[in-house]
Design a protein around this ligand. Structure first.
Ligand code: SAH
Length: 377
């Protein structure tokens, strides 16, 4: 899964823009500017709770086109004390997407003054410095940090286990003589089995007993641990928004190409692979990694955006726009907070928008010094 998504030559994310109506799938920041603005409100509130530090790292994991961060900065640009404190760090493995993010943030590269010093970029949206990294570990330590991960965790590789006469066996992929792929079961325990055991310990026995398949995501558990340790030491917090479950995930790995589900093994690298995020395992990983952090949620995206005041924002934007923009704002608002099939849809049935309000969930991991983050009270 990791290879299919991020291989430097053939990975799905590496050489192209996969987002939006023309691409393979659409995400909340691409649906409406209000999404990034609301995440900005969340980040600003946390910064207040942190005591308005003069210097803060604002990190985004997997920023896609950079739309969320651009809307966040535009929305926050009037709050100078906040924006002047920020150093933005974009964690992105795809050079093509890094370039798109550079454009979205309207970055200007500073002249390199001395040899061996990294070239810095400045986003002209709010006058903030921006740096790019391939992994979270490369973001410098030592400053309080706000981390945003929107639809990042679902792209991390999962391992699937199946219950059989030999107990739990990992599902692996084999190549047949005609060079096509098919699933097989591992003859012996695999390294990921350790993560399965850990995951099952966190579950109540009833939760596991009823399942014949379990998915675990070791990368998600390790990333959460890294992130929680950093927040525990440096202060700040993380916001994770994604689709998933607040418990053990059974069998959710899916492939999407041009807005349609396709076979996972069909033409790898040409379709997005993603899996449900197991929020309960994120919570346990964070709590295990650091005594200095607290975990809040998950709550639904609709609760999250609603409590942050998205209804006031949509009303304000509707005061000053064309009829066409008003239509887009209302549709975007519904897609972000609505549930089920769009009631207003008049187009082809197979293209009916599905609301993201309850399918997506928000979770926060914060340094205990910060108290309970808004709106998780
Ligand atoms: N947050 C964006 C994009 C989500 S898609 C949005 O909501 O629109 C996932 C993003 O994570 C892409 O930018 C992809 O290139 C990046 N990504 C996926 N796996 C990664 C990894 N292992 N390391 C760094 N970035 C990764």
């Amino acid at each position: 899964m990791e290879e299919v998504l991020t291989n430097p030559k053939a990975g799905f994310y590496i050489n192209r823009d996969v987002f939006g109506a023309e691409g393979d799938f659409i995400t909340s920041p691409e649906v409406s500017q209000m999404f990034g603005e609301m995440v900005g409100v969340w980040a600003m509130c946390l910064w207040e709770q942190m005591g308005q530090p003069k210097r803060v790292n604002l990190v985004e994991l997997g920023p896609g086109r950079g739309t969320l961060m651009a809307d966040l900065l535009r929305g926050a640009s009037k709050f100078k004390n906040f924006t002047e404190s920020l150093h933005i760090h974009m964690v992105e493995c795809s050079p093509a997407l890094q370039e798109l993010q550079h454009q979205s943030l309207k970055c200007m590269d500073e002249e390199n003054t001395s040899e061996g010093v990294d070239k810095r970029s400045l986003s002209t949206l709010a006058g903030t410095p921006v740096s790019w990294h391939a992994t979270l570990e490369q973001v410098p330590f030592g400053l309080p940090t706000i981390i945003i991960a929107h639809e990042f965790y679902d792209a991390l590789p999962v391992h699937q286990f199946q219950r059989g006469s030999r107990g739990w066996c990992e599902k692996m992929i084999d190549v047949t003589e005609d060079s096509s792929f098919h699933f097989v079961l591992s003859p012996q325990p695999t390294p990921a089995t350790l993560y399965l055991m850990k995951r099952c310990k966190w579950a109540v026995p009833k939760e596991v007993e009823k399942l014949n398949q379990i998915e675990v995501c070791p990368k998600a558990m390790d990333l959460t641990s890294t992130l929680a340790k950093r927040i525990g030491v440096d202060g700040g917090g993380a916001l994770i928004i994604d689709y998933g479950l607040n418990g053990v995930v059974s069998d959710s790995l899916q492939a999407i190409r041009k807005h349609k589900f396709v076979n996972i093994l069909d033409n790898p690298g040409s379709a997005d692979l993603s899996a449900y995020v197991d929020f309960a395992s994120i919570k346990h990983s964070a709590q295990e990694a650091s005594d200095d952090v607290s975990v809040h949620g998950p709550i639904t995206q609709s609760q999250f955006l609603g409590s942050l005041g998205i209804n006031f924002r949509v009303e304000a934007l509707l005061q000053n726009c064309t009829d066409e923009q008003a239509e887009a704002l209302r549709t975007g608002y519904w897609r972000l907070v609505g549930d089920g099939e769009a009631p207003f849809w008049e187009g082809p049935e197979e293209q009916v928008p599905i609301g993201m309000g309850t399918r997506y969930m928000a979770m926060a991991i914060v340094n205990k010094k910060q108290g309970i983050p808004i709106p998780f009270q």
